[in-house]
Design a protein around this ligand. Structure first.
Ligand code: AKB
Length: 314
């Protein structure tokens, strides 16, 4: 039977590139992009696009039935920094949309689900370096609380109702096609815009705020790789790691290409969020269970971002 995929949040940072990659692999008509707002021109033109509010089960069911959807990637979420400002709306968006999708899977209207978790599930008491898959988890942000609760619900629906739900704990994702919005790791994308447009950037984190990060194509490879893998053991959510760096280190790497680039630091409330998260991730379980491997290291990532954005900004 032909796979028919629905991407919810297809106008967002990961949703945009996931849609384009899946359309390349499975054919444009088999990937239905949806979001509460319009998105990238290519996403809206290259295949079906629906305006969809994933917190409405009726709206979701309408789209699932219209296109005979078999798999859903639920990429819509309110990220860490913005969720602190709107706790109730963040909880509603992040959890109600998840329940709607899980219930469709439980009712056997769809066969498989992807749901993104985050390094935000860890908290101040979790080990900071090489944070393991299973450890103390005490998230101190609204976003992290919703992601940790979501992981438990995914596991519950898998154990109780046999729902095939797959999940990854994303680190900060760096890309140039669509900007992230409202996250703590967003500085690592903004810095490239600042460097190319103004040769300077004022960072909202301290110079030594190490965080786990990943280039977009690695994140897409992990997401599709996990969804296509036949057998694995862990239905809660997998740690996946790639690189870790501080604002100072990425600034130094950018300076190799733009020698007069200037970085300054004005830490705000996002610094406290960064301090509560891991600095690096242990992803041995994902590597062993389904062969996860990253490709991009920091120098290659910086080069690719500068080249890609150079043409976008011009
Ligand atoms: C954020 O900064 O909120 C996200 C994340 C790490 O989940 N990028």
């Amino acid at each position: 039977m032909q796979k028919k995929v629905l991407i919810i949040g297809a106008s967002g940072q990961i949703g945009t590139e996931l849609t384009l990659k899946l359309r390349q692999q499975l054919g444009n008509d088999n990937i239905v992009a949806s979001d509460i707002r319009n998105g990238n021109y290519e996403v809206m033109q290259s295949g079906p696009f629906e305006i969809l509010d994933a917190t409405s089960k009726e709206d979701l069911l309408r789209v699932v039935e219209k296109y005979h959807i078999t798999e859903v990637y639920l990429m819509a979420a309110m990220l860490s920094a913005i969720a602190e400002k709107k706790p109730k709306s963040a909880w509603d968006l992040n959890m109600v949309s998840l329940f709607n999708v899980l219930d469709l899977a439980k009712e056997q209207r769809i066969k498989k689900v992807f749901w993104p978790s985050s390094i935000a599930v860890f908290g101040p008491l979790s080990p900071k370096k090489e944070t393991p898959q299973d450890t103390i988890m005490n998230p101190s942000t609204v976003y992290g609380i919703s992601k940790l609760a979501g992981e438990h619900w995914c596991n519950y629906y898998h154990e109780k109702f046999g729902v095939d739900i797959r999940s990854i704990r994303y680190p900060g994702i760096i890309s140039y096609k669509t900007n992230p919005g409202g996250g703590t790791t967003d500085y690592a994308v903004e810095i490239f815009h600042g460097a190319l447009k103004y040769k300077k950037y004022k960072c909202f984190l301290k110079e030594d705020a190490y965080l786990p990060m990943m280039y977009m194509s690695d994140a897409i490879k992990a997401t599709i790789g996990l969804m296509n893998h036949e057998k694995f053991n862990h239905y809660t959510s997998y740690n996946i790691g790639a690189i870790s760096f501080s604002p100072k280190e990425i600034a130094q790497e950018i300076s190799k290409h733009i020698p007069d680039f200037e970085m300054s630091y004005t830490p705000d409330s996002r610094q406290a969020i960064a301090e509560s998260w891991p600095q690096s991730i242990n992803d041995l379980r994902a590597r062993e269970d389904w062969g996860w491997q990253h490709q991009y290291e920091l120098p290659e990532l910086v080069k690719t971002m500068l080249q890609g954005l150079h043409y976008t900004i011009k």
